[in-house]
Design a protein around this ligand. Structure first.
Ligand code: AMP
Length: 302
């Protein structure tokens, strides 16, 4: 099985209460691909500028991410600058420089066009749609977005959502997209735009997954040290097993999931960039999975 992902490959500059870094490897597609690469083959579609160093390409290749769809063009790579205060659940965007994304026209390599699973990571919704138009008949399309696009390209986003099965966004974005403060009502409105499943990311409180007449809750892994939450959402999406590894479950029981996404996100937040994901192996992932599973093991009642 393989997943086709389109999204941002970025240089991030980030300030958290615990440290500050400039121009580190980031981007929704990088976090997603790295996370998903522990479980499946990944085909990446994105654009980088001529300032993107070989060492980052070598890293993605070392994770077996297929880079045939990664275009290198003249100009600067996408850049995002953000800040977190002590409430690490909220990212404050300071600067967004689309750079090479301004003129990017995704061209899906021939051998990616039969992709069964597609993840439209956070990126311009028009580009997300252009990618979908080049894919033949995907079984499952999941999508992420953010306030930047809800504000700036709402109509285009709604058009894209009509073709999406699963939308994965954070709580504030659900309210903003629906224009409705109550989360339950907002979820129903967002689902009426197209996605039959809505996964609501709630930072340290985990996720809520809304299906037809059902809600499923998954906790976040309890962490003593959260260093930088950037990329947690994309890492979560990279291994929400119900979505990618056992999609047939999602078809039958839309509100069932497991904790792998939360486990992957818990590694991402321990260090800046993809630094922690670079260190872990499958054993560490499954050890943490066993612990998170116990968090919600309710007893049966008569
Ligand atoms: P997350 O923390 O999972 O929501 O995603 C963080 C990543 O999103 C960062 O590494 C940024 O490079 C990337 N990002 C921030 N703003 C945008 C945007 N407007 N479009 C695409 N990617 C973005």
């Amino acid at each position: 099985m393989s997943i086709l992902v389109v999204g941002s490959v970025a240089f991030d500059s980030i300030k958290t209460p615990f440290g500050e870094v400039e121009d580190i490897l980031g981007g929704s597609a990088c976090y997603f691909s790295t996370s998903a690469s522990f479980f499946t083959d990944v085909n990446l579609v994105a654009v980088i500028g001529d300032d993107f160093p070989q060492e980052h390409i070598d890293f993605l290749e070392s994770r077996n991410v297929d880079l045939a769809g990664l275009q290198k063009t003249e100009g600067q790579t996408f850049r995002w600058k953000g800040r977190y205060d002590y409430d690490l659940n909220e990212a404050h965007t300071l600067e967004t420089h689309l750079n090479v994304f301004e003129t990017f026209k995704p061209s899906i390599p021939e051998n990616y066009r039969d992709a069964e699973y597609v993840f439209l990571a956070n990126i311009d919704p028009e580009l997300q749609l252009e990618v979908l138009q080049q894919v033949n008949n995907p079984k499952l399309v999941a999508c992420d977005t953010m306030n930047f696009w809800i504000d700036g390209k709402r109509d285009e986003l709604i058009k894209t959502l009509a073709k999406v099965d699963i939308l994965i966004i954070n709580e504030a974005e659900v309210r903003q997209l629906a224009n409705e403060p109550n989360l339950i009502r907002a979820a129903a409105i967002v689902r009426s735009f197209g996605p039959r499943t809505l996964v609501v990311k709630r930072g340290e409180y985990g996720v809520l997954m809304f299906g037809e007449g059902s809600v499923f809750s998954a906790p976040a892994y309890p962490m003593e040290e959260v260093f930088d939450p950037t990329g947690a959402g994309d890492t979560f999406a990279g291994d929400s097993s119900v979505i990618w590894r056992r999609p047939e479950i999602l078809m039958k029981k839309p509100a069932q999931g497991d904790g792998f996404g939360s486990v992957m996100a818990s590694f991402t937040v321990e260090k800046f960039s993809l630094d922690r994901l670079k260190e872990i192996d499958y054993q560490e992932i499954s050890d943490r999975y066993k612990k998170i599973k116990l968090l919600t093991d309710f007893a049966d009642i008569d």
